[in-house]
Design a protein around this ligand. Structure first.
Ligand code: GDP
Ligand code: GDP
Length: 436
């Protein structure tokens, strides 16, 4: 499972500045796509070859006990409980605030590992900036500057030092059972879908306690094929015992997506596409997992409502145009066969083996049709392509002056490869490699 870092601290200490620095992705595929709305609080970072999840808990107001601030505090506490490591940010320019002590007490109670980071220390003497924060008794304060990036890398490396490098997907996935995560916001019908796939009795047999952030793994056999279903609705729906933990956990959803080969995103046709649906879609895109969209509760919808839903999807989820959409009813068990045909297709595309000669031939054709545009007086020259990974497939193109290649041209090439190799259902990454 991906390690999760929660950023905690009172307002204005620089949490969102740090969050933005950690989650800023170099992957142009997920930048600036029409309709893509990111969640400003949950994201994915990478340090070296280690990916991790990061949560900006927003303003921490430990002393309020009602209204919207209380709800925020609840979300913050949930994030702290679910995090593997907490980075507690304080402000080195303003100095120690009374509220910092309250937060420190709360963090000690949580028993999560905590790193204390003194922010805004650019141009200050580290020892002086951090001296007064020893009082919080949370270990040695680390001075950083989120705005300037100073000390941030060391901080994250320290936060993740106990987490192993992830295994290589390509080697571990070959010939294995596809892992399929069923994700979506609350009440879209995830449990109903899991039950429809597995049968009621089967699901109950898996009743087990777990923390909120744990998904349930279930074996599914369909038409002689095996799948592992990662059920994010799991714990809270089964039996009466676990009703207490009825909370939607974004971290659980993100972790399930990361663990899966294919995500089934369930949305509710009766409600249309909400911001939360778009956020979950954005995580899927960032993770690079294959995707099938299940537009659920299609039963009993009037024709004009159906047209409305389709327009909503065109407008708000256009960045998922690589995926297949299915209009299903989990309740009536309608459309599940086609849904799984697409799951199989998406898995196959995500794991496709693309040979260097084939890729290079497609590249040659593509550059013949449209040459890379001249940049700063020089036309980039693309020589050959090889596969750099799967799930998602990565095409690495070698050439000269590749720095000058524009995003629009990268997208053009991605479209050509997608078409040539029939990669429906999976994101596809195209990277450039200078020289060689
Ligand atoms: P949050 O409320 O904790 O999310 O804080 P923000 O990230 O919104 O930052 C609050 C203010 O502090 C903004 O004006 C930032 O530009 C500023 N800030 C954040 N990090 C640094 C830093 O490293 N150095 C300085 N000087 N200012 C910073
Ligand atoms: P979850 O929170 O995503 O797991 O959603 P549930 O599976 O608990 O479903 C939420 C509600 O939607 C329940 O009342 C279900 O009976 C209902 N529901 C689920 N699937 C369908 C469907 O295909 N059609 C209709 N009409 N209702 C459904």
């Amino acid at each position: 499972m991906l390690p999760t870092i929660a950023l905690v601290g009172r307002p204005n200490v620089g949490k969102s500045t740090l969050f933005n620095r950690l989650t800023k992705t170099r992957d142009a595929l997920v930048a600036d796509l029409p309709g893509l709305t990111r969640d400003r609080h949950y994201g994915r970072g990478v340090i070296g070859s280690k990916p991790y999840l990061v949560v900006d808990t927003g303003g921490f107001e430990p002393l309020v006990d009602s209204g919207i601030l209380k709800e925020m505090a609840r979300q913050t506490l949930l994030a702290i409980d679910e995090a593997d490591v907490v980075i507690f940010l304080v402000d080195g320019r303003n100095g120690l605030a009374p509220q910092d002590k309250v937060i420190a007490d709360r963090l000690r109670k949580s028993q999560r590992p905590v790193l204390l980071a003194v922010n805004k220390t650019e141009g200050m003497q580290r020892a002086i900036a951090s001296a007064e924060f020893h009082e919080l008794a949370l270990g040695d304060p680390l001075s950083i500057s989120s705005a300037h990036g100073e000390g941030v890398r060391d901080l994250v490396e320290l936060a993740l030092e106990h987490f192993p490098e992830p295994e290589d997907e390509e080697e571990t996935s070959a010939g294995k059972t596809p892992k399929v995560a069923i994700v979506g916001r609350p009440n879209v019908g995830k449990s109903t879908l899991v039950n429809a796939l597995l049968g009621e009795e089967r699901v109950i047999a898996f009743d087990q306690p777990g923390t909120t952030r744990d998904s349930i793994y279930l074996d599914l056999e369909r038409n002689g094929k095996h799948y592992t279903i990662i059920d994010t609705a799991g714990v809270r729906k089964r039996g009466k015992v676990f009703e207490a933990v009825e909370k939607f956990s974004v971290i659980k959803t993100m972790q399930a997506i990361e663990e899966a080969n294919v995500a089934i995103l369930v949305v509710d046709a009766q409600e249309g596409i909400t911001e939360q649906d778009a956020h979950v879609s954005a995580y899927i895109l960032e993770s690079g997992r294959a995707l099938v969209v299940a537009v659920n509760k299609w039963d009993g919808l009037e024709e004009d409502k159906r047209e409305w839903v389709k327009r909503e999807i065109d407008r708000k989820l256009q960045f998922l145009d690589f995926a297949k959409f299915h209009y299903i009813s989990a309740l009536r068990k309608k459309g599940l066969g086609e849904l799984f045909t697409s799951v199989d297709g998406a898995y196959k595309a995500a794991m496709a083996k693309l040979s260097t000669p084939q890729l290079t031939r497609v590249l040659e054709d593509a550059t013949m049709q449209h040459q890379p545009p001249i940049s700063k007086g020089i036309r980039p020259k693309l020589r050959y392509a090889h596969q750099g990974g799967s799930n998602p497939p990565i095409v690495v193109i070698h050439g000269n002056h590749v720095d000058g290649i524009k995003d629009s041209y990268r997208r053009y090439l991605a479209g050509v490869f997608r078409k040539a190799f029939q990669l429906t259902g999976t994101p596809l990454r195209v990277q450039f490699n200078q020289g060689a």
